[in-house]
Structure formats: structure tokens, C-alpha cells
Design a protein around this ligand. Structure first.
Ligand SMILES: [Ca+2]
Ligand SMILES: [Ca+2]
Length: 237
């Protein structure tokens, strides 16, 4: 009897040992089912400038004004390898003789909010066009008009096109020009307060070589400013 029960204990012990050995091997098979939707996407590598002011401005009397989020913007996801393809790229403008600064400052990588780090274009409707050099899959356009003090730039429009003249395959991804002052059609997007986070516009991976940004002055004056514009993308296949 004693030998018999010893055999049973040994058999049970072996079974337990086997099940413990098998269990960890079974876990990796379940892992893919637990992976989040959009796997393979990563946050685009945004580097923010130092904020020049804190808190939410309360005294801006601009219609259709977006309420500030009150926390940092969520990471923007895109395929791995997407970078700022606008850095150092050629910029042209409706005002090639800026009041202050140079057009090149739009893509020179300097995003500081201080004086000397923005270009000032003349009054009324003005635009800048960035030539990415070759067609790119564009995931996001991120731009700072001005972030030294809280401001709202008016009639902001963000477009992509296949040609520098914006005649071929023009696509609009942001437009808060409610009454079509700019002349590219009325938009329904909201006005927003400029901050050190910049304005991020989703371009959905659209393929384009040219990016254009319009504005028509701001709530403080008739002039148009750019600290920097970034275009997150990768070469089109
Ligand atoms: Ca700059
Ligand atoms: Ca307008």
C-alpha cells in the first residue's frame, strides 16, 4: 500500500510539473489578441518650444473660439519613421519682403516665441507655401504663428497640393474662414488661441509636395506672423 500511494504522489507531482512547464509557453499565443488597435503606429516626434505664458486667456473676444484643452495635447500617432520633412525646405509667400525677419524662418527649426524668432508678413490675407522637394505622405501639419502672448490668428487655412500654384489636386485639411475671405471656400473649423504647443492639423497620410498656410491678421493687429511650420511625413512610395 505504501509503495502504491508513493507511485500516485509521484505521478501527480509529474503532472503538476508538466502543467507548470506548459503554461508559460501558452501565454505568448494570447498576446496578439491583447494588442491595441492601430498597432505599429507611434507618436510623431514633436519637440515643443518653451512656453512664454501660462494659463488660459479669459479676455479674448473672438467668435467661435475653441475652449482650451486645459492639459497637454494627446500624442499624435503615425507610422514609425515619420519625421518633420519641412525642416530647412524652401518657402515662398504672398509677401516675399516681410516687415520683420525672413521667409526662411518658417522652416529654420527655431520655434522660440521671443522677438527675433518670427517673420512678420504684411496686413490682410497672406500665405506661405512650403515646397517639400518631393511628394510626401503627410500625416500632420504643425505650426506656430506666434506664441509670445495669447493670440488668435484669423482665417487660418491649411492646404496640400501637387503644384506650387495650388491648382492641381488641392486638398483642405483645416479652414476657419467662415465667410470665405481668403477665397478658397468657407470653412467650419473653430478659431483657437496660439500657444507653445502650436496648431496640429491631421493630414491623414495624403500625398503632396506642397503645403500652404493662409491667415488674415490676428485679434491684436492686421499683420501675419510665423514662428515655424512643421510637416510630419515620409517619402511617398
Ligand atoms: Ca522658425
Ligand atoms: Ca473670414
Amino acid at each position: 500500500m505504501a509503495r502504491h500511494s508513493g507511485l500516485i504522489r509521484t505521478t501527480l507531482g509529474l503532472a503538476l510539473l508538466l502543467s507548470l512547464t506548459v503554461l508559460p509557453a501558452a501565454l505568448p499565443a494570447q498576446a496578439p489578441a491583447q494588442a491595441p488597435a492601430g498597432a505599429g503606429l507611434v507618436p510623431i516626434p514633436i519637440q515643443l518650444p518653451k512656453p512664454m505664458f501660462e494659463g488660459t486667456p479669459q479676455n479674448l473676444t473672438v467668435p467661435n473660439l475653441q475652449k482650451p484643452l486645459g492639459r497637454p495635447r494627446d500624442p499624435f500617432l503615425a507610422p514609425a519613421g515619420v519625421t518633420n520633412v519641412a525642416k530647412g525646405k524652401k518657402v515662398t509667400s504672398s509677401d516675399m519682403e516681410p516687415v520683420i525677419g525672413e521667409i526662411e524662418q518658417v522652416t529654420d527649426g527655431d520655434k522660440k516665441g521671443a522677438d527675433g524668432s518670427f517673420v512678420e508678413l504684411g496686413p490682410g490675407v497672406q500665405y506661405v507655401t512650403i515646397d517639400l522637394g518631393t511628394p510626401q505622405e503627410v500625416y500632420a501639419v504643425l505650426f506656430w504663428h506666434f506664441h509670445k502672448t495669447p493670440r488668435v490668428y484669423l482665417d487660418v487655412v491649411v492646404q496640400l497640393a501637387d503644384d506650387a500654384a495650388f491648382k492641381k489636386n488641392v486638398r483642405t485639411f483645416f479652414n476657419n474662414d467662415a465667410d470665405n475671405t481668403v477665397g478658397v471656400g468657407a470653412g467650419k473649423d473653430m478659431n483657437y488661441v496660439e500657444t507653445a504647443e502650436g496648431k496640429l492639423v491631421d493630414a491623414k497620410g495624403s500625398v503632396a509636395r506642397y503645403v500652404r498656410l493662409y491667415s488674415r491678421g490676428n485679434n491684436a493687429n492686421e499683420l501675419n506672423h510665423y514662428v515655424e511650420a512643421e510637416v510630419f511625413g515620409r517619402p511617398a512610395k
